[in-house]
Ligand binder design. Structure first.
Ligand code: SAM
Length: 234
């Protein structure tokens, strides 16, 4: 059975054990990975440096004359919340006090969103969350840590399929990290079109470090920084 599946998938003739390894590596692992929603706090520090030192200061400069400036950020495919909450903590540290932070986390998976809303995480997060953030923004609870309400309340969650449109608009920053990688080109294009529609002019898009929008009709320009690459909606 495994040999036959391997044959149809164009995998060279192999022993059954090797067939299983191939199938796991190329098919099962990506699918599990997508639905497991693998994520972590402060994932990809270089992208977060770009956010902290380039993107947020530029948006703050653009909006500093506004009466009630709002920074809108969308974590598209937010899984269990580590990504939007990391951004919320970062913003709390660096945004001028007159700015309102509005972060939206969306995902197709309702169980992941339920975890995100609770904001409770196991003790393993100590390897990802800097000690000063743990101290400032989490309460120690039996079996782990719970994010304080001041950060939880910054993020609004909604269940959404990215291909169906978000209903969001004027987003200053979108994180579409490690989501599109699992889709074929035409679905990637569909998702990118929807994401672009939600974005303000001169706004920024982050995708996963192993991803590319090469070959898609994107309407973004490539921005190269000291820390990472990202895209600007022109
Ligand atoms: C690997 S996780 C990435 C989480 C986070 N963005 C990060 O980089 O750490 C991928 C997430 O995308 C979600 N996802 C996959 N396809 C989606 C779709 N069509 N619409 C909304 N969410 C989707 C999955 O449920 C999963 O939680």
């Amino acid at each position: 059975m495994l040999r036959r599946l391997a044959f149809f998938l164009g995998i060279p003739a192999l022993e059954p054990e090797s067939c299983f390894l191939w199938i796991h590596a190329y098919i099962l692992f990506p699918v599990e990975h997508m639905y497991n929603g693998l994520t972590r706090f402060f994932r990809n520090r270089d992208q977060l440096k770009t956010l902290e030192y380039l993107v947020i200061p530029e948006i703050v400069k653009k909006k500093e004359g506004y009466d009630n400036p709002v920074l809108r950020i969308w974590s598209a495919g937010c899984s269990t919340g580590e990504e939007p909450y990391s951004i919320a903590m970062l913003c709390r540290e660096i945004l001028p006090v007159n700015f309102t932070i509005r972060i939206t986390g969306t995902d197709i998976n309702s169980a992941s969103l339920a975890t995100a809303k609770k904001g409770f995480y196991s003790a393993e997060i100590t390897s990802d969350v800097p000690a000063r953030f743990l101290e400032r923004y989490f309460d120690v609870k039996p079996g782990g840590f719970r994010l304080r309400g001041s950060i939880r309340d910054t993020v609004r969650y909604a269940q959404q399929n990215l291909t169906a449109g978000s209903g969001l608009s004027r987003q200053d920053i979108v994180l579409l990290r490690n989501v599109n990688i699992y889709y074929d080109k035409s679905t990637q294009q569909e998702i990118l079109n929807e994401v672009r529609k939600s974005m303000d002019s001169c706004s920024y898009l982050f995708i996963g470090e192993a991803e590319s929008i090469f070959g898609l009709h994107a309407g973004f320009e490539f921005v190269y920084t000291d820390w990472s690459v990202l895209y600007r909606k022109c």
